[in-house]
Design a protein around this ligand. Structure first.
Ligand code: HEM
Length: 164
């Protein structure tokens, strides 16, 4: 933990702090778990620029109540596609029965199915995926880790029954 205020750190001290943060594996797991359970961008909307087929892993329940056996969904040019980030990150079929629990240890034993999921960050859709994914991901991560690290090194935290 640097003794000088963070705004006055030398570039060597910044690099050292950065290296310290990168090596804190449990802090990394806590950040991943938080961004998995509570993705700040919970969904997004995209417009198809051309006709396309979106492959699916499971049979799709159609709005008329029937189940489609097709292996893909046809999307025509101009259609809006809702990308449900929360549903993707919290799917029990993919992440297991404890998908909705806060469990930072899950990141130490991910299934092959989860490891095959696309996503800019940690097989999640939190920062989207592909060519239009978030350009601020690394900045956000280092900021989140630095913030937590300084709070945890400076204060003691305890549960309370008091209303805050
Ligand atoms: C925890 C913090 C953040 C989260 C969860 C987040 C998430 C996302 C997501 C999901 C998208 C895709 C949106 C979509 O497809 O409609 C996106 C795009 C983008 N983000 Fe972030 N973001 C975060 C922080 C930042 C920061 C700090 C910056 C800038 C410094 C930033 C800059 C951008 C930009 C410019 C795009 C558009 C990229 C493009 O369309 O090519 N984001 N972000």
């Amino acid at each position: 933990m640097p003794t000088t205020p963070i705004s006055r750190l030398s570039s060597e001290e910044i690099e050292s702090l950065h290296n310290t943060l990168q090596n804190l594996l449990y802090l990394n797991n806590v950040c991943r778990e938080s961004l998995c359970l509570v993705p700040p961008v919970h969904s997004s909307l995209h417009a198809a620029t051309q006709d396309d087929e979106i492959p699916v892993s499971y049979p799709v329940h159609l709005s008329d109540g029937t189940i489609s056996e097709q292996k893909s969904i046809s999307v025509s040019k101009g259609s809006f596609v809702h990308v449900p980030v929360e549903a993707f990150n919290l799917d029990k079929g993919m992440w297991g029965p404890n998908a909705w629990d806060f469990d930072p240890d899950r990141w130490d034993h991910l299934s092959e199915d989860v490891l095959s999921l696309p996503g800019l960050y940690s097989n999640l859709l939190t920062f989207s995926a592909g060519p239009r994914s978030c350009i601020g991901m690394r900045f956000s991560m280092i900021k989140m880790k630095t913030f937590l690290y300084i709070l945890l090194m400076t204060f003691s935290f305890a549960e309370t029954d008091k209303r805050i």
